[in-house]
Write a protein that binds this ligand. Structure first.
Ligand code: F6P
Length: 344
C-alpha cells in the first residue's frame, strides 16, 4: 500500500508527531509513505519526499512541519483538481492523509465525496476552532507561549504602572485569548464572540488603579470586533486562497482607546506567529502522536472519508463531511467563569 501524507494551512506545533504516528503504523502494516511537500501544492505537482521510521522517529520535538505547508486551494481552479487526481494515480497512491484545519479538510472532504479519492483527515490548528473534536493539537503549546509572554509583560507593565494590551491569534474564535487570559489573571479578556464593551473595561481599569493596583493586563483576540463596526481589524485588504482576511491590529486600537479614555499610559504587543512556532508541549506531542496512530489505522483498514478526533480521552473516527464547515467558537461558559474576575 502506498500512502501520501500532507500538511496544509497554518502550521502548528504537533504536526510532526502526527506524521511520525502515521508513518510508523503504515510502515508496520507493510506500506510505503510519500510525504507530499507544502500541502495541496505537493499533491498537485507530485512533489514528495519518501518517509519511513528512520527519517521520522526523531521529529516529535520539532515545531512546524517537516513537509512544509501552504494555503494552496486546488478548488480555486477545477483544472488543479484534475491535475491533483492525475498526480495521485501517477504516483501510484492508494490513500491520502490530509492534516489540516477547516480549509484543508474541506478540500479532503470534497475530494472524497465528489471524486471518491480515498482520504483520511486529521484536525490541526492552534485556534482550537474545529467542530467534531474536543481539542486540536497546537492549542496547548500556543496558550503556554502566550502565558509566558504575558508573565514577562506583566513585570514591565507593573514597573511602569502601565496597561499592557496583548493581542493573540485565534481568528474568529476566542479560545486562545480566553484560556491565556485566565491563565495569566488578565484584568479583562476581549473575544470575537462578545461585543467589546469599552466602558466596562475602562471603568474597571480606573477603579482597580484607585484601589491600589497600578498596572493592568488586557488580552484581546485578533478577531474581536470594535463596537459599532461590522468590520474586523485587518492588516491589509488581501484575502488568502480560501477567502480569509488577514486579521491583526485590534490590540493597537484597544490600547489607544484605553489611553484616551482613562489617561493611563498604555502599550500593546501583537504576539503573532510566535504563538505557532517552536517545540510542542508534551500534551500536543501525545495528542498528535495518538491522532497519527489512529489515522494510520484508518488507512490500513481502508476506512476512508473519516477524520480522527478527540472525544473525552478517546480517539474516534468521525465522517469528514460532519467535521468540516462549522466553526467551533468559544464556549461562553468559559468566559463567564473568567468574568468572575472582571468585577472591580
Ligand atoms: O489559523 C491559524 C492562524 O495562526 C490564525 O490564528 C491566524 O489568524 C492565521 O493563522 C495567520 O495566518 P498566516 O500565517 O497566513 O499569517
Amino acid at each position: 500500500m502506498k500512502v501520501g501524507i500532507l500538511t496544509g494551512g497554518g502550521d502548528c506545533p504537533g504536526l510532526n508527531a502526527v506524521i511520525r504516528g502515521v508513518v510508523r503504523v503504515v510502515h508496520n502494516g507493510g506500506g510505503q509513505i510519500l510525504g507530499l511537500v507544502e500541502g495541496w501544492r505537493g499533491a498537485i505537482e507530485g512533489d514528495f519526499v519518501p518517509l519511513h521510521p528512520a527519517n521520522t522517529d526523531d521529529i516529535v520535538d520539532r515545531g512546524g512541519t517537516i513537509l512544509g505547508s501552504s494555503r494552496t486551494n486546488p478548488y480555486k481552479d477545477e483544472a488543479l483538481v484534475e491535475k491533483l487526481i492525475a498526480t495521485f494515480h501517477r504516483l501510484g497512491l492508494d490513500a491520502l492523509v490530509a492534516i489540516g484545519g477547516d480549509d484543508t479538510l474541506g478540500v479532503a472532504n470534497r475530494l472524497f465525496t465528489e471524486r471518491h479519492l480515498p482520504v483520511v483527515g486529521c484536525p490541526k490548528t492552534i485556534d482550537n476552532d474545529l467542530s467534531s473534536t474536543d481539542v486540536t493539537f497546537g492549542f496547548d503549546t500556543s496558550i503556554n507561549i502566550v502565558m509566558e509572554a504575558v508573565d514577562r509583560l506583566r513585570t514591565t507593565a507593573e514597573s511602569h504602572r502601565r496597561v499592557m494590551v496583548i493581542e493573540t491569534m485565534g481568528r474568529h474564535a476566542g479560545w486562545i485569548a480566553c484560556y491565556a487570559g485566565m491563565a495569566t489573571a488578565a484584568d479583562f479578556i476581549l473575544v470575537p464572540e462578545v461585543e467589546v464593551d469599552f466602558n466596562r473595561m475602562c471603568n474597571l481599569l480606573v477603579k482597580r488603579r484607585e484601589a491600589g493596583k497600578k498596572y493592568g493586563v488586557i488580552v484581546v483576540s485578533e478577531g474581536a470586533k470594535l463596537p459599532d463596526s461590522e468590520e474586523f481589524v485587518t492588516r491589509d485588504a488581501e484575502l488568502d486562497e480560501f477567502g480569509h482576511v488577514k486579521l491583526g491590529g485590534v490590540g493597537e486600537l484597544v490600547a489607544d482607546v484605553i489611553e484616551r479614555r482613562t489617561g493611563i499610559e498604555t502599550r500593546w504587543v501583537t504576539l503573532g506567529h510566535l504563538q505557532r512556532g517552536g517545540t510542542p508541549s508534551a500534551y500536543d506531542r501525545v495528542l498528535g502522536t495518538r491522532l497519527g496512530i489512529h489515522a494510520g489505522r484508518l488507512v490500513i483498514d481502508r476506512d476512508f472519508g473519516k477524520m480522527v478526533a478527540l472525544r473525552g480521552t478517546d480517539i474516534v473516527a468521525v465522517p469528514l463531511s460532519a467535521a468540516v464547515g462549522k466553526l467551533r467558537t468559544l464556549d461562553l461558559d468559559f468566559l463567564k467563569e473568567a468574568e468572575e474576575f472582571f468585577q472591580s
